[in-house]
Design a binder for this molecule. Structure first.
Ligand code: SDX
Length: 391
């Protein structure tokens, strides 16, 4: 389909400002992907269809959707040589360190044959990244637990294939639970794009220098890792486990309000949303669905819901418009599915890939200039060198 990889002469992209991909109204809690509200996409669409929408700007026809999905499926395997790249990492390395390294290494395998000035080559790079991220994510997990890598399967859905690669072993099949498959697909979808946040701006800035898409996505993964950004979902679970019991909540809320205490309530607040993050609402509903399907009575969910209620009622948070964000409930769902805490940001990076790629392409799809954020200099005025004997 035309659209993603053809240049729109009326739209001269810039490194960090204009975009047609995602719209956020932080005060009203509105999030639109190419004009479609996130809650409608979460309820009626699926992740690969949303990937298509982000990339091409329109929802696919049934034929386009089938062709897109089958092309992605046929790019899920990794070059066999990349398997050896994992062996350079310690088994106990943080999964994001491995993910960042392996995605950057894709440049050495798939980029040399691509010319980003070529429309078709840009499309191939986009498909390869969307297809291979779940495979890499599952390999990162398998490597950390010393289990063999599982090959992707072409008979499973995108989310089902990911769960299979994560939890199947050569000795034992993993039967994909449709409720967990839908929840995993929805988690990827809710993370697919979010305008020009820290990691997406990093991808755009790297793209503005003409760097190859694999290196740009690796730069985005590095930026996402921080606890103030994509690392928050891991930090939320660690916080809930540290709170441990509803009786301890008041102490942690007091710490979050104490200016002298660096502790913040992970999963609350947002650089843009000064209202409920619309993704958090869908994530909370998905959390209830998964836990009831699995018959899990997770005490952490009770702590989370109590914390949310207190934060909404407490003037400190209400005055500062601090509401739960996308990371607040996602970790509880991922934990229920059986994914370890340290893998949460890897899941976030996997879901965010189509957004990063759509922004990367928007960045380079026509005449562009290298991004060069200006600074406000507050250092010394000019002065002469002082020889060491006079210091
Ligand atoms: C993501 O940008 C994106 O779109 C990101 C993201 C995406 O999809 O890409 O949405 C994903 O990164 C979500 C955010 C995940 N991070 C967390 O949950 C970490 C906890 N949140 C905070 O670190 C914080 O809220 C930020 C980083 C998210 C926003 O930081 P800001 O913009 O500096 O917060 P602010 O300036 O709006 O804070 C205003 C006040 C301050 O107090 P005062 O100086 O006014 O007295 O609120 C306080 C802050 O100290 N505050 C908090 C708080 N967040 C802000 N106090 C306690 N707990 C918190 N979580």
């Amino acid at each position: 389909p035309k659209g993603l990889f053809t240049f729109d002469p009326g739209f001269v992209s810039t490194a960090a400002c204009e975009s047609k991909i995602t719209y956020i109204d932080g005060d009203k809690g509105i999030l639109l992907h190419r004009g479609y509200p996130i809650d409608q996409l979460a309820e009626q669409s699926d992740y690969l269809e949303t990937c298509f929408l982000l990339l091409y700007g329109e929802l696919p026809s049934a034929e386009e959707k089938e062709k897109f999905a089958s092309t992605i499926t046929r790019h899920t395997m990794l070059h066999e040589q990349l398997n050896h790249f994992f062996n350079g990492f310690r088994r106990d390395a943080h999964p994001m360190a491995v993910m960042c390294g392996v995605v950057g290494a894709l440049s050495a395998f798939y980029h040399d044959s691509l010319d980003i000035g070529n429309e078709y080559h840009r499309e191939v790079a986009a498909y390869r990244l969307i297809a291979k991220m779940p495979t890499i994510a599952a390999m990162v997990y398998k490597y950390s637990i010393g289990q063999p890598f599982m090959f992707p399967r072409n008979d499973l859905s995108y989310a089902g294939n990911f769960l299979h690669m994560m939890f199947a072993t050569p000795c034992e099949e993993y039967v994909v639970n449709p409720v967990l498959e839908r929840a995993m697909d929805r988690i990827f979808l809710l993370h697919a794009d979010h305008e020009q946040n820290a990691s997406t701006s990093t991808v755009r800035l790297a793209g503005s220098s003409g760097a190859n898409p694999f290196a740009c996505i690796a730069a985005g993964i590095a930026a996402l890792w921080g606890p103030a950004h994509g690392g928050a979902n891991e930090a939320v679970l660690n916080m809930l486990e540290e709170i441990g019991d509803e009786s301890q909540i008041d102490e942690f809320v007091a710490r979050a309000k104490d200016k002298d205490d660096p502790f913040r309530l992970m999963g609350f607040g947002h650089r843009v949303y000064k209202n409920f993050d619309p993704r958090a609402k869908v994530m909370k509903q998905t959390c209830d669905e998964v836990l009831s399907e699995l018959g899990i009575d997770d005490p952490l969910l009770k702590i989370a819901k109590r914390l949310e209620q207190i934060a909404i009622e407490d003037p400190y948070f209400a005055e500062r418009k601090l509401y739960p964000n996308v990371d607040f409930y996602s970790g509880i769902i991922l934990k229920a599915i059986g994914i370890p805490t340290e893998m949460f940001t890897v899941i976030f990076a996997t879901g965010r890939t189509p957004g990063w790629i759509a922004h990367w392409h928007e960045m380079i799809s026509g005449p562009y200039r290298i991004g060069r954020p200006r600074q406000l200099y507050t250092g010394n005025t000019q002065r002469d060198y002082t020889p060491i004997e006079k210091r």
